[in-house]
Design a protein around this ligand. Structure first.
Ligand code: MN
Length: 201
């Protein structure tokens, strides 16, 4: 599917004359490594949007409790519509009457490497891994590092996944970056500061 086709749902939900979010028509520099971003989104319910660059778009999951660095903790990640690549830099206030109305900041950002394999240990592309329901990857962010797995839950529809930290030197059951490092990695602002500075009132 073309990038435009993949973004149909994203665009149909938004009025870009009203919302400051990118339409995805501007394009974005092609980076040599694939990017990831985690956006803190203070909407009707606070959640974290986890996005991975796959084949020209940002594959996206909403994580109600946010990522955990404890490998024993599995965090629900609900697949949402593909977002345009330039959404990775989006920070601001979406009007309350718009889809996803609320405040967004870039909580973490960086690059990732796909490490998915099939049952025989052969490398799988991210697209194939997502179809198969298990994507393994390594993150190089400012807050999130090391190996992670997204696995689709059995018998719960196609949208319910779990995000799990792999056991490696970056796993840490005691570190709580959601609360100890709450600010934007782009602007160093908190959600309250973004809401105050970028909001209409
Ligand atoms: Mn969201």
């Amino acid at each position: 599917m073309s990038t435009g086709g993949k973004l149909k749902t994203y665009r149909s939900r938004r009025d870009f004359r009203r919302s400051p979010e990118p339409s995805g028509k501007g394009g974005r520099k092609v980076a040599s490594r694939s990017i990831f971003v985690v956006q803190k989104h203070d909407a009707s319910h606070l959640h974290y949007d986890f996005r991975l660059e796959v084949d020209g778009v940002l594959k996206s999951w909403a994580i109600p409790k946010g990522p955990s660095l404890d490998p024993r903790v599995r965090r629900l990640a609900v697949a949402t519509e593909d977002h345009p690549l330039d959404y990775a830099d989006f920070e601001g206030v979406i009007p309350e009457d718009q889809y996803g109305g609320g405040t967004v900041l870039v909580w973490d950002a960086g690059t990732y490497k796909n490490r998915s394999v099939d049952g025989d240990g052969k490398p799988l592309s991210p697209e194939r891994a997502l179809e198969a329901g298990k994507l393994s990857f390594e993150l190089w962010g400012k807050k999130l590092r090391g190996g992670w797995t997204l696995v689709r839950m059995e018998g719960r529809g196609r949208d319910n996944w779990l995000l799990i930290k792999e056991k490696d030197e970056h796993a840490d059951a005691r570190r709580r970056p959601l609360s100890t490092q709450p600010a934007s990695v782009l602007s160093r602002r908190t959600i309250a500061e973004v809401a105050k500075e970028d909001g209409d009132d």
